[in-house]
Design a protein around this ligand. Structure first.
Ligand SMILES: Cc1cc2nc3c(=O)[nH]c(=O)nc-3n(C[C@H](O)[C@H](O)[C@H](O)COP(=O)(O)O)c2cc1C
Length: 248
């Protein structure tokens, strides 16, 4: 009988909570940047940290477009309604959620799985469950079929309800991609740089600019750079914890 050794990754013992708090507290949406560039090594490190975000089924449904070409940048700033956060940014990054990369990424998860032999459960997950759950079929026919099956079996037990349509796939990909965007912004702050997430842009024009098809959804444009002295417009407002946190 073969027995696979159990993988063991202990939590690090000392994390500098105060340093983390400083990063979180000092991250503000910065609307004006200086002309200082972000060194490529810093940007690469921040992007690497973005890519470590938790994500659904480890299918990593995201893309990051760094916009540097002057004409493309000019058009993007225009499509961001010429917001200062875009026009003054040292870097403009379009964060894109993808609903079509899951199949290839499922295969890559198996190809690059770090333990051999690949546990049966993992093989089954990526070979069968992932295609079953994420393939919506022509005109969402498979999604609709799954929804009706879930509707029946949910009378007896808890069942996953989605994603059961292309629209729900967009939400599915957006959740994970937004987490990666947050990692990116926190990483920039940890390196002494700042950012502004923007959804105030013309999604369709940005999609066309990047030659994206219907399977790729630009969810945010992130302006990044060194904070100008007048880069933050107002002190931060957050409502009381009790308004949002519900202990049941
Ligand atoms: C999804 C999303 C979209 C946003 N869009 C814009 C935007 O288009 N323009 C802008 O100036 N700020 C934008 N913001 C920044 C918010 O206004 C800002 O996060 C909020 O006011 C809280 O301020 P803080 O980030 O400094 O804590 C956006 C933030 C998020 C998360």
């Amino acid at each position: 009988m073969s027995q696979t050794a159990r993988y063991y990754e202990p939590a690090p013992e000392s994390i500098d909570t105060e340093a983390f708090r400083q990063v979180v507290l000092s991250r503000r949406s910065v609307r004006r940047f200086t002309t200082d560039p972000i060194p490529q090594a810093v940007l690469d490190d921040c992007l690497d940290m973005a890519l470590l975000a938790p994500n659904s089924s480890n299918l990593q449904p995201w893309d990051f477009y760094i916009i540097r070409t002057p004409e493309t940048r000019k058009a993007l700033v225009d499509f961001c309604m010429n917001q200062n956060a875009a026009s003054t940014a040292a870097e403009l990054i379009v964060v894109v959620a993808r609903i079509d990369s899951w199949r290839e990424h499922a295969r890559m998860n198996l190809e690059q799985f770090p333990i051999q032999p690949i546990p049966k459960m993992v093989q089954q997950y990526y070979r069968f469950l992932v295609p079953f759950v994420y393939n919506q079929g022509p005109l969402d026919s498979l999604g609709r079929f799954r929804r009706s099956v879930a509707g029946v079996s949910s009378r007896l037990r808890s069942v996953p309800r989605g994603p059961c349509s292309t629209e729900e796939m967009r939400l599915w990909a957006t959740k994970s991609t937004a987490l990666a965007a947050e990692n990116l912004m926190l990483a920039l702050r940890a390196h002494g740089y700042d950012s502004c997430p923007m959804e105030g842009f013309d999604e369709r024009r940005v999609g066309r600019l990047l030659k994206l098809d219907d399977h790729a959804l630009p969810i945010m444009v992130i302006g990044a750079g060194k904070r100008a002295d007048d880069g933050v417009y107002y002190p931060r407002i957050r409502f009381a914890r009790e308004r949002f946190v519900h202990t049941l």
